[in-house]
Design a binder for this molecule. Structure first.
Ligand code: AMP
Length: 171
C-alpha cells in the first residue's frame, strides 16, 4: 500500500508515520530526512541543499523527484511518505500513485507554535514563516490533485484519535 501523509510542518505527520510504520510495517519515506542526510554529507551538492533548507526555500523539483523515486522503488510499493510532493511540478515529474492520502488539518497559528517548540537547526523564526507560507500556496493544489483518494483528519485531536481515523480508512 502506498500512503501519503500531508500536513503543514508541525501538524503531526512524523508521529503518525512512526505509528503506521511500527504497527503495519510500512516503510517510512521522509523527504526532509533524505535531504538532511545529503546536506550532512557536505560536498557541493550537500552544501547547496543545506543552505536552501536553512533559508526555508524548497530544493529544486527535479532533485527531490529523482531522490524520492529511488527510495519508493526500494520498498516494493509498501510505504508511508511525508514531505513529497510539495509542488504540482513534483507530481508531474514523479507521482507515486498513492492508494490513500491523509491530510492532517491544523490551524496555521498552531502549526507555527508547534514548530517553534521543536528547536531544530533550520527552525529559525524567519525560516518557519517562510516554510509555512510556501507550503500553504502549494497545499491547495496538491489536495485538489489527490481529491479522489483524500481523507481529511482533524490534526488538533489527540494523537491516538488521529491514528484511529487513519487506521479506519485503511480498511
Ligand atoms: P521538512 O523536514 O519536511 O520540514 O523539510 C525541511 C526542508 O527540506 C524544507 O524546508 C525544504 O527546504 C526541504 N524539502 C523537504 N521536502 C521537500 C520537497 N518535497 N521539495 C523541495 N524541498 C523539500
Amino acid at each position: 500500500m502506498k500512503i501519503l501523509i500531508l500536513g503543514l510542518p508541525g501538524s503531526g505527520k512524523t508521529t503518525q508515520i512512526d505509528s503506521l510504520s511500527e504497527k503495519y510495517g510500512f516503510v517510512p519515506i521522509r523527504m526532509g530526512n533524505i535531504l538532511r542526510e545529503i546536506a550532512g554529507q557536505g560536498g557541493e551538492t550537500g552544501d547547496k541543499i543545506k543552505s536552501i533548507m536553512a533559508s526555508g526555500e524548497l530544493v529544486d523539483d527535479g532533485t527531490v523527484a529523482k531522490l524520492i523515486k529511488e527510495e519508493a522503488i526500494k520498498t516494493d510499493d509498501n510505504f508511508v511518505m511525508e514531505g513529497y510532493p510539495r509542488t504540482v511540478k513534483q507530481i508531474e515529474l514523479f507521482d507515486p500513485g498513492f492508494d490513500k492520502v491523509f491530510y492532517l488539518e491544523v490551524p496555521i497559528e498552531v502549526v507555527k507554535d508547534r514548530m517553534k517548540g521543536r528547536g531544530r537547526a533550520d527552525d529559525s523564526d524567519g525560516a518557519i514563516e517562510k516554510r509555512v507560507q510556501v507550503q500553504m500556496e502549494d497545499m491547495e493544489h496538491i489536495l485538489d490533485y489527490y481529491k479522489n483518494v483524500l481523507v481529511k483528519v482533524d490534526g488538533t485531536l489527540p494523537i491516538e484519535e488521529v491514528f484511529k481515523t487513519i487506521e479506519d480508512n485503511l480498511r
